[in-house]
Design a protein around this ligand. Structure first.
Ligand SMILES: [Ca+2]
Length: 297
């Protein structure tokens, strides 16, 4: 049984392609909590000891498995993560606490309270996974909008590259928290802009990537758009199809999805897009570019 558990743990660690964005990394991390809560529960049920012996064996066993799994990852060329072991231990401890609360020999109202606490403790095991999964599901439900820069998860999808990136809101008379958009303060670096991780991967049914943009301050800027799948995250090849010139006029820009992918020299289709890069190439230090409503058509 331990071999099966260790196998499942190892497989979970090596799942490909679920850590392309910060949200996905958080989901992977939250799976550690759940996986080792389950592991501890199974050990608890099968350990041939009294209640406290079972609890200690379960938590200790889960932590040992967690350490072994991390060690195996190091041997396989991945990194050893002490933080993952902490997550494993938290998951195991929460589940065993819940299990002990559930089987306390109380009666009446005391029993109801203890069991309610047990259920709440189990809920805590699943809470991080639920929180981060909702962040991805909620973004996907916006299709064909890829990123509208609204909502509490937006910042987790963005990262600045040689720039300062902020989320700004248009204030209206009735509402001082109106539409949010991205504001990028550019630098003189050849690639100054923003990386947007996508929650919506499958672009096969779409031809165009469209976004609203304008230069709020400074000169017009030539802008390159890059589309990457999981394997090409972080590799940027300039393509003629991905070039637009953003001006101070408030308008939409469109680039052909398949041409950008093909001209970048990749053979993949548009089924697994994980990253959009929008880089200003005009080296206008201090220029400010606004971006909103990144969408597909
Ligand atoms: Ca918006």
């Amino acid at each position: 049984m331990l071999v099966l558990l260790a196998g499942a743990v190892a497989a979970g660690h090596l799942l490909p392609g679920i850590d392309g964005s910060e949200l996905e990394r958080n989901i992977r991390n939250s799976l550690h909590v759940i996986g080792f809560a389950g592991t501890a529960w199974i050990i608890f049920e099968f350990a041939p000891f009294g209640r406290m012996g079972k609890a200690l064996t379960a938590i200790g066993g889960a932590v040992v498995l967690g350490v072994l799994a991390e060690q195996a990852q190091r041997l396989a060329g991945y990194s050893f993560s002490a933080a993952d072991i902490v997550r494993d231990a938290i998951g195991a401890a929460l589940m065993i606490a819940a299990r002990l609360l559930w089987i306390q020999a109380a009666t009446g109202i005391a029993r109801t309270i203890l069991r309610t606490l047990a259920v709440a403790t189990v809920a805590a095991v699943f809470a991080p996974f639920g929180f981060w999964s909702w962040g991805i599901l909620g973004e996907r439900l916006k299709a064909p909008i890829v990123m509208d820069f609204e909502g509490p998860y937006t910042a987790h999808y963005l990262s600045a590259t040689n720039s300062e990136v902020t989320l700004a809101a248009e204030t209206t008379i009735e509402n001082d928290a109106g539409n949010q958009y991205l504001k990028i303060m550019l630098s003189r670096a050849p690639r100054s802009g923003v990386l947007v991780a996508t929650a919506l991967y499958n672009w096969e049914d779409y031809e165009w990537l469209i976004f609203d943009a304008r230069i709020l301050q400074g000169a017009d800027s030539e802008v390159s758009v890059h589309l990457n799948d999981y394997n090409s995250i972080g590799h940027f090849v300039d393509t003629p199809a991905g070039m637009v010139t953003v001006t101070s006029a408030d308008r939409s820009y469109r680039v052909p999805v398949r041409d950008v992918i093909r001209q970048a020299g990749r053979s993949d289709d548009a089924g697994k897009i994980r990253q959009i890069a929008i880089f200003a190439r005009s080296r206008n230090r201090g220029a400010i570019m606004q971006i909103d409503n990144v969408r597909l058509e």
